[in-house]
Design a protein around this ligand. Structure first.
Ligand SMILES: *Cc1c(COP(=O)(O)O)cnc(C)c1O
Length: 380
C-alpha cells in the first residue's frame, strides 16, 4: 500500500474504517437510522455554521454539484458560472444539461477571482437566477474568497452555489456569513472518509427557489427536493448507503474533536509553499493559495510521470499530476485532512528531494529542511 498524499481521496483513519464495519440495520425501515442520519446532517451544518439543512446524498462529490444544478436550473434560466479553474468551468456543462444558459465569467487560472473586478462586472450584468463558484479548485490549487464573492452576488439577488468539496473543514468557511445557498462537500477530501458520499447545505432561499419551480426537476437521483420531507415521512427516496454514512459520521466526529484543524492546514500549506519556492520550483498559482493542496510546475528536464513513478517506487508515496488543460504540467501534493500532518508532509518532501536528485534536476534548497524550519517558525 502506498502512503497516499493525493488531493483526495485522502488517508482514512482506523476509527472511520471500523465504523464502516458496524453491523447494519435496514435503513429504510429502522427509524433509529433516520435519527442517526439527521443528527449527522445537523453536525455538518453546525461545523459549517450553516443555518439551512444539510442533506447527505448517496454518491461521490460530483453528485452534489450535479444535484445543485439539476435542482436549481429551469429551462432558459441564466446562470453565472465563475470560471478560474477546471471545476469552475465544468459547472457550465451541468447548467446546460438541465436546460439553463450558462454565462461564463472567465478569468486567469493562475489568479484568485478579483472581488473588485467581479463587482464592476456585476454592476452591468446581474440578471442571473444563481451563480456557481468553486472555493478550492483542486486541479490547480486555486482558492477563491467565497466569503466576499457570495455576499456580493446576493446583493444583486443572485443565489449562490459553492463547490467546497476539497476545502470544507480545511479552510475557514462560515456558510451563513458567506450567504452560501447551496454548498457542496464530499467525503474523500478533508473529511478523510472513503469516496462515495456527498453532502450539501441548502439555505431557506435555495429551498424556496426549488419548491417554487414551474417545471419539474429532470432527474430523480440528482434531485434535492426528493429529500425535503424525509424526516417527517421517515422515508428516504432510495436506500441509504448505511455503512458509508457510519463512516462519514465517525470522520465528522473526528473533525469536531480536532480544535486545530483549520490552523494546521494553514501552517502546513504555508510551509509547503515555502519549501517549494526555496527549492526554485514554481508554484502554479500567482495568488489564491489553497491550504489543502500545493501545486507546482513540472520543471524542465523531467516529466510528471517520472516524478510520480519515482515517488511511488523509491518512497512508497503517491502524489498526483493533474488533468484536462493541466495534464502533464503540474504535480500536486494533497495535504488535506488526515494527510495534513507534519510527519506526512515532511516525509513527502524528503521523497521529493531524493526524487529530483535521482532525476538529475538540481534544487536550490533541501525541501524537507525548509518545510520543517518554516513549520517551526509558524508554530512559534
Ligand atoms: C474532488 C473534487 C470534486 C469531486 O470530483 P472527483 O474528481 O470526481 O472526486 C468536485 N470538486 C472539487 C473542487 C474537487 O476537488
Amino acid at each position: 500500500m502506498y502512503k497516499i498524499m493525493t488531493p483526495g481521496p485522502t488517508q482514512v483513519a482506523e476509527n472511520v474504517r471500523m465504523a464502516r464495519s458496524r453491523e447494519c440495520t435496514n435503513p429504510d425501515l429502522d427509524e433509529s437510522f433516520v435519527e442517526f442520519y439527521k443528527e449527522t446532517c445537523e453536525k455538518i451544518s453546525s461545523l459549517l455554521q450553516a443555518d439551512g439543512e444539510t442533506l447527505i446524498l448517496g454518491g461521490e462529490g460530483i453528485l452534489g454539484l450535479e444535484a445543485a444544478c439539476a435542482s436549481m436550473t429551469e429551462p432558459g434560466d441564466k446562470v453565472l458560472v465563475l470560471d478560474n479553474g477546471i471545476f469552475g468551468k465544468g459547472f457550465a456543462d451541468f447548467v446546460t444539461m438541465y436546460g439553463g444558459e450558462p454565462e461564463l465569467y472567465s478569468t486567469d487560472m493562475r489568479k484568485t477571482i478579483s472581488v473588485e473586478e467581479l463587482e464592476a462586472y456585476l454592476a452591468g450584468h446581474h440578471d442571473y437566477k444563481y451563480a456557481t463558484v468553486v472555493h478550492g479548485d483542486t486541479p490547480s490549487g486555486m482558492l477563491n474568497d467565497v466569503g466576499r464573492i457570495c455576499p456580493l452576488l446576493k446583493k444583486y439577488g443572485i443565489l449562490t452555489v459553492v463547490d467546497a468539496v476539497s476545502t470544507c473543514f480545511g479552510e475557514p468557511l462560515n456558510v451563513k456569513e458567506a450567504q452560501i445557498d447551496i454548498l457542496c462537500g464530499g467525503s474523500q477530501k478533508v473529511v478523510s472518509a472513503p469516496p462515495g458520499l456527498t453532502f450539501v447545505t441548502v439555505s431557506q432561499a435555495a429551498r424556496a427557489a426549488i419548491q417554487n419551480r414551474k417545471t419539474p426537476i429532470a432527474s430523480f437521483y440528482a434531485n434535492l427536493s426528493v429529500f425535503f420531507h424525509y424526516y417527517e415521512e421517515k422515508w428516504f427516496p432510495y436506500t441509504m448507503p448505511i455503512s458509508d454514512i457510519y463512516g462519514l459520521r465517525a470522520a465528522i466526529d473526528n473533525i469536531a474533536a480536532d480544535r486545530d484543524i483549520i490552523r494546521r492546514h494553514e501552517r502546513i500549506g504555508k510551509a509547503s509553499r515555502a519549501a517549494v519556492q526555496a527549492a526554485g520550483l514554481k508554484l502554479y498559482q500567482a495568488s489564491g493559495f489553497s491550504n489543502t493542496v500545493t501545486v507546482f510546475e513540472v520543471p524542465d528536464g523531467t516529466t510528471d510521470q517520472a516524478i510520480l513513478e519515482t515517488m511511488k517506487k523509491d518512497y512508497n508515496i503517491m502524489l498526483a499530476g493533474s488533468f484536462d488543460c493541466l495534464a502533464g504540467k503540474v504535480i500536486r501534493i494533497g495535504h488535506m485532512g488526515n494527510n495534513a500532518t507534519a510527519e506526512n508532509v515532511r516525509e513527502t518532501f524528503h521523497g521529493l528531494d531524493g526524487t529530483f536528485r535521482k532525476l538529475g534536476i538540481p534544487l536550490q534548497a533541501d525541501m524537507e529542511t525548509v518545510f520543517m524550519e518554516s513549520l517551526e517558525a509558524e508554530n512559534r
